[in-house]
Write a protein that binds this ligand. Structure first.
Ligand code: SF4
Length: 703
């Protein structure tokens, strides 16, 4: 890396969890250009439309927040203040609430886009010094069901496979995901593998015909919410066909007998009818899986964002476990992380129910160990408020102050008008942001300008446990500051010791030390090693070793108490709200190819806005005809919570009785009717607390 000219920097794309490597060139005029890093193992030079346009987002500073702003009371306007004034007053207000109402009266709501170092300091601040576990992130809306299921099935929140297993697999089961649009570069690898090896089988499970289906050998267009029934039915056929790894299920897994009994409780005909797919297609899927030497299951929000998200995940993991397709080349479950660093956030324990390095919050010894290491206050035993629970607590007055960093909940939360009411009622709102666009800013008492991608250094972990280093290439505009520095300065204003880090490398060193002797041990890792090796997959114990751990469980030793993987006999009931004559349609939401989340970055790029210019609703032509809705008509979609107004797109690619609207659009010029999260349901999975974004009952009418 020393040989590179000084105007060239290596980094990682800040959008999806694929984690593509980029090479950034700094031009003489101070702007940047970039290209895919040909030497990077993830993307080998490729970038998708979002990654290719990252430099536009970085170069365009027109929407950037440049200095701290504050209002002295709710009826006064925001005014420019110094960093010291903003942080001192915020600290004084936080202290007042903590003294008067206790530490649980304040909360931090952060993001899967934060760097690991940023997560680390904010988690340390609230858990270790304020004494509350009220920190959650938008990862709660994203991967928390997968996390809980991994813990149950494997004893640890970990992805067993690596991307290089793709080229070693001969069957892919892609469910609740549209990777062709949402994890494009990873999908390019699957497509290229299929082109080179036409016998490779791809099964896609989705209520919609997506771009991902164009490469599929089999598309199971199931009824929304019936994933568990389908996975069980496939499990049943695998058992009938004798395609079970008997050695694995007897020696290395528990629960096969109960599972086997359960999946035979429904006939295949019954399951096929529930799922809305044919018996022969279920058999074919099972045959493809049963004949595979290497079998990879891939999934994302279609399984996770559900009121039975954990059970959906477990029913899928079962397919890998009963066939023994785990811990060997070309085989295993590969959850596609939605955000670039959701995994890094979990490593530092940055969720309301976690402790650093995947320690257990409810375990007193784990709490005591972390407290001793940090040297702060006693860590509370009670899990903190999760994402949606924070806004409920603001609404009913339990929570007084919220600090929102790097996320825009007023577009992204389900039943979002309730969250909006909550921010109106909040006694004190801090928003730490890069852009002046997010709706959340309208409710801020303090606005703190943050440095953006390429304006700060740090690390992220992608979907295959690969930790990479992101270079600082540009100075932040105005007085904007890296998020970790903002949090450390605030912690010092609160009078806390332990936040005197000189740079991100020092924060990382402290985090790495805390992982020693855990399952995710990276105690041998430093920023210097990551920069030298370019990227490393955890666990990584030995200082300066050239490789980390590409694949886990090769010894068939799992992190569960028995050492065996757990096959779970989960019920296939789904608990989403029911359709009726008032709300006869099922609404599902998702991403489009060229936008990222709430569009504060990708929405700035003309090229990306060209792909799909405005929000829309996909509806089957037969449903549309019955409602006299024509292509391009404005429709109004109403649920028991709220309504949204978008134009109709008639397509046979969606099942009758189901409609789809993208999640990206929020308020436009104060009009909130493009915002589909007015309509979505905030019902939660009881274990993961992940909301049921993918299923709610609605009516749709011509406006
Ligand atoms: Fe970025 Fe994901 Fe596209 Fe790669 S696939 S360039 S990480 S958005």
């Amino acid at each position: 890396s020393n040989k590179r000219p000084q105007n060239t920097f290596k980094s990682t794309c800040c959008y999806c969890g694929v984690g593509c490597g980029v090479v950034i060139n700094k031009e003489k005029n101070g702007s940047i250009t970039l290209e895919g890093d040909k030497d990077y193992p993830v993307n080998k030079g490729m970038l998708c439309s979002k990654g290719l346009n990252l430099h536009y987002t970085a170069n365009d500073k027109t929407d950037r927040l440049l200095y701290p702003q504050m209002r002295y009371n709710k009826s006064m306007p925001l005014q420019r203040v110094s960093w010291d004034d903003a942080l001192e007053r915020t600290a004084a207000i936080f202290k007042t609430f903590i003294n008067k109402y206790g530490p649980d009266s304040v909360a931090f709501y952060a993001s899967g886009q934060c760097l690991t170092e940023e997560y680390y300091v904010v988690n340390k601040l609230i858990k270790g010094f304020i004494g509350s576990n009220n920190i959650d992130t938008n990862s709660r809306l994203c991967m928390s069901s997968a996390v809980a299921a991994y813990k149950i099935a494997l004893g640890e929140d970990t992805v067993p496979v690596c991307y290089d297993d793709i080229e070693l697999a001969d069957c892919f089961y892609v469910t609740g995901a549209n990777p062709a649009w949402c994890h494009p570069i990873l999908w390019r690898r699957v497509e290229a593998h299929k082109v080179a090896n036409p016998d490779v089988k791809i099964i896609v499970v989705d209520p919609r015909v997506t771009d991902t289906c164009s490469t599929a050998d089999l598309h199971l267009q199931l009824n929304p919410g019936t994933d568990i029934t389908l996975n069980h039915a496939i499990g049943r056929v695998l058992i009938e066909n004798g395609d079970i790894d008997v050695d694995f299920v007897t020696k290395h897994a528990d629960g096969f007998e109960r599972y086997s009994k359960l999946v035979f409780e429904r006939t295949l005909a019954e399951s096929a009818a529930i799922c809305g797919v044919s018996e022969s297609d279920i058999r074919l899927a099972a045959t493809y899986i049963g004949e595979a030497k290497g079998f990879i299951s891939m999934w994302t929000m279609g399984l996770n964002q559900s009121s039975v998200g954990v059970n959906k995940n477990l029913s899928l993991l079962n397919l890998n476990l009963i066939t023994g397709h785990i811990g060997k080349p070309g085989s295993g479950p590969l959850s596609l992380t939605g955000q670039p660093n959701a995994m890094g956030g979990r490593e530092v324990g940055g969720l309301a129910n976690l402790l650093p390095a995947h320690r257990v919050l409810t375990n007193p010894a784990d709490r005591a160990e972390v407290q001793k290491f940090w040297g702060g206050t006693e860590i509370a035993a009670k899990p903190g408020l999760t994402a949606t629970e924070m806004f409920e607590a603001l609404n009913d007055g339990r929570l007084k102050a919220i600090w929102i960093m790097c996320t825009n909940p007023l577009t992204s939360l389900p039943n979002v008008r309730l969250a909006e009411e909550a921010l109106k009622k909040a006694k004190f709102v801090v928003v730490q942001e890069i852009s002046n666009k997010p709706e959340t800013l309208a409710y801020a008492d303090v606005i703190l300008p943050a440095a953006a991608w390429a304006e700060k250094e740090g690390t992220m972990t992608n979907s295959e446990r690969r930790i990479s280093y992101l270079s600082k290439v540009l100075d932040p505009p105005g007085e904007a500051m890296p998020d970790s520095e903002i949090i450390c300065r605030f912690a010092k204003k609160m009078g806390y010791k332990g936040f005197d880090f000189k740079n991100a490398a020092e924060i990382y060193a402290e985090h790495a030390k805390l992982t020693g002797k855990t399952n995710i041990d990276i105690s041998g890792l430093t920023h210097d090693t990551i920069i030298l090796q370019r990227s490393i997959q955890w666990p990584y114990k030995k200082r300066n070793a050239a490789v980390g751990t590409p694949r886990l469980f090769t010894d068939k030793q799992f992190y569960t108490t028995t050492g065996n993987a757990q096959i779970s006999a989960v019920p296939d009931a789904h608990t989403s709200e029911t359709t009726d004559s008032d709300y006869p349609f099922i609404l599902t939401t998702g991403r489009i190819r060229d936008q990222w989340h709430t569009m504060s970055k990708t929405g700035k790029v003309n090229k990306l806005n060209q792909h799909i210019k405005e929000s829309f609703v996909e509806i089957n032509p037969i449903d549309a005809a019955a409602l006299e809705i024509k292509e391009g008509d404005v429709t109004i979609i109403t649920s028991r919570r709220g309504e949204a107004r978008v134009k109709a797109r008639l397509t046979e690619q969606i099942k009758q009785g189901v409609i789809f609207v993208p999640m990206h659009w929020g308020k436009i010029l104060n009009n909130d009717l493009h915002r589909i999260n007015n309509v979505t349901n905030d019902a939660l999975d009881p274990i993961s607390k992940e909301p049921d974004f993918k299923y709610c009952a609605v009516k749709i009418e011509k406006y």
